[in-house]
Design a protein around this ligand. Sequence first.
Ligand code: TTP
Ligand code: MG
Ligand code: MG
Length: 408
Amino acid sequence: MSTDPVRLIAHLDMDAFYASVELLRYPELVGQAVVIGGGRRHQPVETVDAVTGRTLRTFSTLRGYVGRGVITTATYEARKYGLQSAMGLMKAASLAPDTVLLPVDFDAYRRYSRLFKAAVRAIAPLIQDNGIDEIYIDLTDVHPATDGELGEPVTDPWWRAGAVAQSIREAVRAATKLSCSIGVAPNKLLAKLASELDKPDGLTLLRMEDVPRRIWPLPPRKINGIGPKSSARLEALGIRTIGELAAADPAWLVEHFGRAHGAWMHEAAHGRDERVVLTEMEPKSISRETTFDRDLSAQRDRAELSAVFTALCEGVSSDLKRKGYVGKTIGLKLRYDNFKTLTRDKTIEQATDDAAVIRRAAGECLKRVPLDRRIRLLGVRAGALFPADARDSALRTEQSEPSLFDEG
Ligand code: TTP
Ligand code: MG
Ligand code: MG
């Protein structure tokens, strides 16, 4: 028998993700059947009512759609008509022609993706990206901000994980105004299955002993790793549920699906999975540098040097923002025409991703190096990085509406 302590792994998946982001900017569509998948010609048309001065929007619908576009996602209202991800828009139009069709805006989805992941990371740092709208979170050692009602520390790990998962849901909603579903389980495989069980806006704790009741009735294709091909072969072999798969003789599975896949399917059907949550490596620093076409003189090429210097700082700033970090140490790197290289660092008061602040600190570094030789290379670096998340989500929680659409 294993004496390993129980792991508690969460899988978080945003609800109808692209559609939910769109509904934030078109709140009048809440509660309607909407699919995302159109192109620019499906952009809503805005008109201003001459009398009231109010902006009115006219939306495209699927009616009469001709083309090869597919649905990226559908609101839960649209799913009632059978519309779903990857379905052709023409087919969708034949099923539910009055469904609203909106164009995709990947930049917006990426911004919201970063935002919700940052909100989670501020509570539970061990997360693994699993695509634009989902992550695994290792909750094994995460404790809720408050203990039990009487103030005593809570020892039941499942209670703890449930409380943390609940606070993660609230933090995601505060940071994005979007809902998500979370499954908590002893491993990644079950967590991913669990997050779907009570979608949307669900929180599901799935213990090993719940597997027969909640997982075994599901079709095998629900298991991440059993694709359409395996699924079809299983069905041809008379296996239609995960329970039937669990009951199948492992040797027989190996015979039909090969050693590795057959053995794995048997384990998976029993809810066993040892994979760990793989957190991304955090970068130690982010930098940009330029080697000039010709060596520059600090005196004669001052304007050009200054412009490049500013551009490097702006580059570092945008890299930081894109990756979601702020840096507390700003560094400068200079290489002279004789290949001698110097670096200078400055630690600033408050970690930043702001181009002007980086430029100022790097400028102070520049004052500390001799500029009597021609310069061959110039570089700017931000170090002592940490995720901007905690700071940003704390700020955004105080705002009434996310204003992310103004950013890009
Ligand atoms: P999903 O998490 O699979 O779906 P969803 O978030 O839209 O809905 P659910 O509430 O069931 O989780 O996918 C996340 C996003 O990825 C989805 O909003 C759009 C995009 N996507 C595609 O572009 N094509 C696809 O085939 C799928 C499945 C998703
Ligand atoms: Mg989703
Ligand atoms: Mg998903």
